[in-house]
Design a protein around this ligand. Structure first.
Ligand code: SAM
Length: 299
């Protein structure tokens, strides 16, 4: 990450970070931080980080880069998946004493494929307030550069690493009439794209990489083409969001048309026939599967 200013004192003066403001209201402040470009942080986020009684970060070394860039010196602790249970108690005790606690993750919005959900729930259950301090998140940055429909989208986070579980997870969202958004890593990208192409068919997709950073790129092509590209080119470096267009509306498919298709495909098995019908006719997978089962049992 590039330091946005060599003189963080001056920068803090220019943006008016309110280090000497009155104490914050007690509660948990969920603070979004940049996903690459250090300037992608809101003035309010800087105010909160400057004035919260404590700031909990996933990794203090990563957090210190941000703090140093803006001349912030918070009382810093860690909240990550290995100490979360114990830290929830500590944080709840701090809130009981009227403290303001800020939570940040390594990048983007905490709780989004990052620790914090159970903490927010525990804070709410204990009767304290949770304040959102919104800002960057890779899923929205990926969606807006994709050129794919934004009116309805489904964020599905990271896929499982093993192929069987990964295909099952893709299958679960295959019928959603929405743009799909996944987080992925470079080493797994090619095989994930191949599974997506296999389960979802030939939808347009976008691999958005290194968003807001120096080597930012968005590669747009049908899923199978993207899978072939990365199988050939090798694992790309950096951080990746995969965005996939919704299934094409193919008009209403009558029962007769669906039956004729399934009868031809059934020799390959019920599951396979249903997958082919969903892919080629654009009918919901559940409808195709149920109909294939009925047809299979017919004398
Ligand atoms: N909480 C974060 C958010 O709000 O985006 C996400 C945290 S998750 C552990 C990290 C994943 O987000 C990466 O593996 C990648 O898939 C995605 N990501 C984070 N920064 C990115 C960037 N600059 N460009 C593309 N994807 C990014």
């Amino acid at each position: 990450m590039k330091n946005p200013s060599s003189n963080s004192e001056n920068l803090r003066d220019r943006i008016g970070a309110r280090e000497s403001s009155p104490p914050l209201e007690a509660g948990l402040y969920v603070v979004a931080t940049p996903i690459g470009n250090l300037r992608d942080i809101t003035l309010r986020a800087l105010d909160i980080l400057a004035t919260a009684s404590r700031v909990y970060a996933e990794d203090t070394r990563v957090a210190m880069k941000l703090m140093d860039a803006y001349g912030l010196k918070p009382k810093l602790g860690t909240y990550h998946e290995h100490n979360a249970e114990a830290m929830r108690e500590t944080i709840l005790e701090a809130l009981e004493k009227g403290e303001s606690v800020a939570l940040i993750s390594d990048a983007g919005t905490p709780l989004i494929s990052d620790p914090g959900f159970k903490l927010a729930r525990a804070v709410i259950d204990a009767g304290h307030r949770v304040f959102p301090i919104p800002g960057a998140s890779a899923l929205l940055a990926g969606l807006v550069v994709s050129g794919l429909p934004t009116d309805r989208f489904m964020f599905a986070g990271f896929l499982p690493p093993k192929q069987g579980a990964r295909r099952a997870a893709i299958n679960e969202v295959a019928d959603a009439d929405a743009t799909l958004i996944f987080y992925e890593t470079g080493p797994r990208l090619a095989e994930s794209l191949a599974d997506m192409a296999e389960v979802l068919g030939s939808r347009t997709a976008v691999v958005a990489r290194e968003l807001t950073k120096m080597f930012e790129e968005a590669r747009r092509a049908p899923l199978a083409e993207l899978a072939a590209h990365y199988a050939e080119a090798g694992a790309p470096k950096g951080e990746i969001v995969v965005v996939i267009g919704p299934p094409e509306a193919k008009g209403e498919v009558s029962d007769d048309v669906l039956d004729a298709f399934l009868l031809r495909a059934l020799p390959r098995g019920v599951k396979e026939a249903a997958s082919e019908a969903a892919r080629d006719l654009g009918v919901p997978r559940k409808r195709a599967y149920q109909r294939a089962l009925d047809l299979k049992d017919r004398p």
